[in-house]
Design a protein around this ligand. Structure first.
Ligand code: TRP
Length: 344
């Protein structure tokens, strides 16, 4: 039997290069070897978008298109919608008994996110508890491997704490420990084009996987370089220069890039020349995504049908695990009542 992978994304916007490096490229590679489940985490997206559910709804299709564009094959990977799996909510509630408030407040990913968000009416409990809901996501599908970016590692740590507590308290081995799958070539979470921090939608420093040619060129031209490189003849800095950072990440012709770096450091190489080269490198990578995306976008109904099929498959797996979970917890009243109470 193939090992199960469980992974997912919040449908809050089109996916960007950060998603590609952190996880999408791995998922494409892994879908042959593993039984891969990919969740459109709309419930998690609602924890900070509860006032605009239509945004989440619309982005379900956008993210599905991004998946297809980069090569996630819906006949190999089970792609499904989180809110369509009620067992997830059930398991989340049981898990909430096994985690302390203090532990929730210590989750580093949540802490970082809270810094960049301003909740006007206090922090919603649903937001604080989303790591528990994510633990349910992973464990309900018996996900043993989770290909996600580095920022998600604390989530997996917290998931495993819950698995251990659950299995110990209820004397069972139904839940499986999960492992973050980070590639050896992984760069962690990649930087944004502004040179100020990680690439993210909220920082508006991203390059999306479906960027059109003009916008891509504009974004590359706006990229943070060396502010001290005022004249072409001046020696320039390569460290912290986002053009060279992205060339290192995505450029294939390493010799040319090294030569450009030397030239830039010596002086005499214009930012505009480096940027045009980077634009070409990125365009070569993104153009096939863009074309495939456009093709699939012509028939949204077909994609919704694929999602429906994936969701049905996910529902079956969810039911099966939940049956075992309820047994382990001795709350298996879903089995014929008499039988359940007579022999828990
Ligand atoms: N938290 C993930 C993100 O923000 C999305 C997600 C939800 C997820 N459930 C998951 C990722 C389960 C991996 C496994 O991108």
């Amino acid at each position: 039997m193939k090992k199960r992978i469980l992974t997912g994304d919040r449908p809050t916007g089109k996916l960007h290069l950060g998603h590609y490096c952190g996880s999408l490229q791995h998922r494409v590679r892994l879908q042959d070897e593993y039984d891969q489940f990919v969740m459109l985490a709309d419930v998690q997206a609602l924890t900070d978008n509860f006032k605009t559910p239509e945004v989440v709804r619309q982005n379900i299709l956008e993210v599905a298109l991004d998946y297809l564009a980069v090569g996630i094959d819906f006949s190999k990977s089970t792609v499904f919608i989180q809110s369509m799996i009620p067992e997830l909510f059930e398991l989340t509630v049981y898990f909430l008994n096994l985690v302390s408030m203090g532990r929730l407040q210590q989750n580093p990913t949540v802490k970082t996110e809270l810094e960049s968000k301003s909740f006007k009416h206090g922090i919603p409990a649903g937001f604080m508890c989303y790591p528990v809901s994510q633990a349910a996501d992973i464990t309900l599908f018996l996900g043993e491997l989770v290909p996600v970016g580095e920022d998600q590692h604390p989530m997996i740590e917290q998931t495993n704490e819950l698995v251990k507590r659950f299995n110990t308290i209820y004397k069972t081995d139904v839940l499986k420990k999960a492992k973050a799958l980070t590639d050896e070539n992984d760069f962690g979470r990649i930087q944004g084009i502004d040179g100020k921090g990680k690439m993210s939608k909220s920082m508006n420093n991203f390059i999306s996987l479906s960027e059109d040619t003009d916008t891509l060129r504009k974004k590359v031209r706006k990229m943070f370089t060396d502010p001290g490189h005022l004249n072409i003849e001046d020696p320039g800095k390569v460290e912290g220069n986002m053009v060279f950072y992205f060339l290192d990440l995505f450029g294939k012709d390493k010799a040319t890039i090294e030569a450009m770096k030397e030239h830039y450091k010596r002086g005499g190489l214009a930012d505009s020349v480096c940027k045009e080269y980077l634009f070409e490198v990125l365009e070569e990578m993104i153009a096939p995504f863009r074309e495939r995306r456009a093709l699939y976008a012509q028939d949204p109904a077909a994609i919704l049908l694929l999602l429906d099929q994936g969701t049905k498959r996910a529902q079956e797996v969810a039911k099966e695990t939940m049956y075992k979970i309820r047994r382990a917890m001795k709350i298996n009243y879903n089995e014929p009542l008499v039988q359940a109470i007579a022999k828990p």
